[in-house]
Design a protein around this ligand. Structure first.
Ligand code: ATP
Ligand code: MG
Length: 578
């Protein structure tokens, strides 16, 4: 299997692994063959998105879980589009979902075969099986009006009532079903229903719909069909046709499992499906604090102009997280670390940010960036001269080499690295104090210049020519402050976007709250920063640690050759801690 193992986090125990281990030792799925006579793996999972929107962090959980289990058990995972609803589905979403799963580091290819499926490819089979269910007395065409049907459905406390069409003969239902398929009826005139139990305490077992009439163009099957199978009917059959062993979904599908099993049992009886049949397992969906994942609400944020699109770096969509600079490895680590449980809960955003830092720290080359610039003039430095300074690409990996940047008379430093009147414990620049210009010289502050409003516009200092870092003389200078800088003449001026969490409330939309009241006005700040000159070569999606500031990525959309735009991925430390 060509799933990228390099990125694999260490597997943590969870109840699904316990189940799979038990199935492996009982040999439940051993010795199976596919239709072509090829041996089947003993673990086959699937990720089954509906192509009706962009994937988000919750889907990433499901992807990492399904593909991760397949990887860890040397099985395989399928990507299957559950495209049974022609109204909401589009090719655009199919394409972005494919990209997102690949970007996360997963593949559905095995032994030269692409395990990419579409439920719509099963429409013929699904239809044939529906005819079988009618003939065998397990399904009937119902012709009640929508109102009648709703009224007869009952409620949680009240059983439903049988439709007056429930006792139609199979022949009569079959004729009607074929006429439905032939396009003889309007939308809603009839539906095909499973014949189960209108008094079942489980509403999903009260003769659920199997097929409905929908005169609509489908993004893959075009106008071939005007009846479409329901998700709850299609899903178990698709799983079985693909020989899925463990069909993993979120908890809200628990009440659908009896129908899942009902469909598979009856069709296996009819000889349409092979045993052992797939089995559905449910886990708690991922909820992350400071994040909303409802497609409708995310779309609203775009429509209201709060964010700029699905791939806005503030969005929890996979395309948004990618653009923000989040790594596939950190998402995989997060999904593994947050585990798989049977009860709903919230995972704190800081857990994810921790995974990001853990992943980025060893990988990201270091760079210098001045985000809030203030001029520093070294008065005794010769005009027009430059001296090369160098520093490691990564302090813990000397083998990655060094980077070089010039020091000159006029520099940019961070405004907060100077205080005219220092507060207690302040060791950086103030008149009379010495600091080291990181990787450069020790300087002594002599004063500052102010504008008419009293705002400091430049700081002055003198340097000690024998204090350069890496030279013998440097040891003679003991200073407490160490500040970063870039040469004003040589620095790369760049747009930097400082991103932060989109909401200020950890659960912005829970309990019916209006998430729009909890928007963080500082979730995006655009600044002009000065970067060390080598940063002009940063390529889209290159990630760096800007020393003292955090991790940044060259924006994959807006960066131009020689002119990268940077996004802050995450700060170095958690500033949200309470
Ligand atoms: P919709 O709002 O349209 O129902 P959905 O988020 O359920 O959207 P699907 O395309 O049906 O989207 O989801 C694909 C898979 O992702 C499903 O198996 C679903 O259970 C899983 N999934 C969706 N959200 C989460 C989440 N927050 N945590 C874990 N898995 C999720
Ligand atoms: Mg869904």
């Amino acid at each position: 299997m060509s799933i990228d193992n390099k990125a694999a986090p260490a597997p943590a125990p969870n109840f699904l692994r316990t189940i799979i281990d038990a199935d492996l030792s009982s040999g439940k799925h051993a010795n199976r063959k596919d239709a072509a006579g090829e041996a089947l793996p003993t673990v086959i999972t699937r990720f089954p998105p509906e192509p009706n929107g962009y994937l988000h962090i919750g889907h990433a959980k499901s992807i990492c879980l399904n593909f991760g289990l397949a990887r860890d058990y040397a099985g395989r995972a399928h990507l299957r589009f559950d495209d049974t609803n022609p109204i909401k589905e589009e090719q655009e979403y199919v394409d972005t979902i494919i990209d997102s799963v690949k970007w996360l580091g997963f593949s559905w290819e095995q032994g030269g075969h692409e395990h990419l499926y579409y439920a719509s490819d099963y429409f013929d089979k699904l239809y044939e099986m529906a005819e079988y269910l009618i003939r065998s007395g397990h399904a009937y065409v119902d012709s009640q009006t929508a109102d009648e049907m709703a009224a007869n459905r009952g409620s949680f406390s009240e059983p439903g009532r049988n439709s007056r069409f429930r006792d139609r003969t199979p022949e009569e239902s079959l004729t009607l079903f074929r006429r439905m398929k032939a396009g003889e009826f309007e939308d809603g005139a009839h539906i095909l229903r499973a014949k189960i139990d209108m008094a079942s305490p489980n509403m999903n077992m009260r003769d659920p719909a199997i097929y409905r009439i929908r005169h609509a163009h489908h993004h893959r099957t075009g106008d071939k069909w005007c009846i479409y199978p329901m998700y709850d009917y299609t899903h178990p059959i698709s799983d079985a046709l693909e020989n899925i062993t463990h069909s993993i979904c979120t908890l809200e599908f628990q009440d659908h499992r009896p129908f899942y099993d009902w469909v598979l049992e009856h069709l296996a009886e009819g000889g349409f499906l092979q045993r052992p049949l797939p089995y559905q397992y449910e886990f708690a969906r991922l909820n992350v604090t400071y994040v909303i994942t409802s497609k409708r609400k995310l779309r609203q944020l775009i429509d209201d102009g709060v964010v700029e699109g699905w791939d806005d770096p503030r969005m929890p969509t996979i395309v948004g997280m990618r653009r923000r600079g989040f790594t596939p490895e950190s998402l995989q680590l997060f999904c593994e670390r947050t585990g798989v449980t049977k009860s709903d809960g919230w995972i704190d955003m800081s857990v994810f940010e921790g995974c990001l830092r853990e992943d980025l720290d060893p990988k990201a080359p270091r760079a210098t960036a001045v985000l809030n610039p203030l001029k520093l003039v070294i008065d005794n430095f010769p005009e027009g001269e430059t001296v090369a300074c160098s520093s490691p690409v990564h302090p813990h990996f000397p083998e990655r080499g060094t980077r070089s940047f010039p020091i000159a008379k006029t520099l940019w430093i961070e405004a907060e690295d100077f205080m005219e009147t220092p507060s207690k414990g302040y060791f950086r620049l103030f008149p009379g104090n010495k600091v080291r210009l990181r990787y450069g010289y020790v300087v002594e502050c002599t004063g500052c210049e102010k504008d008419a409003q009293g705002k400091v516009i430049a700081v002055h200092c003198n340097y000690f020519a024998d204090s350069k870092s890496g030279t013998e003389g440097s040891a003679n200078y003991k200073v407490k402050g160490n500040i970063h800088w870039v040469s004003a003449e040589h620095a790369l001026e760049a747009e930097v976007r400082l991103y932060d969490r989109l909401f200020t409330d950890p659960q912005p939309d829970s309990g019916g709250k209006d998430y729009k009241q909890a928007l963080n006005p500082n979730a995006k700040q655009v600044i002009t920063a000065y970067l060390e000159p080598g940063m002009k070569d940063a390529q889209p999606e290159d990630r760096y640690q800007f020393e003292r500031h955090g991790y940044f990525v060259a924006d994959r959309v807006d960066s131009k050759p020689g002119k990268p735009v940077f996004n802050r991925i995450v700060t170095l430390k958690d500033s949200w801690e309470k």
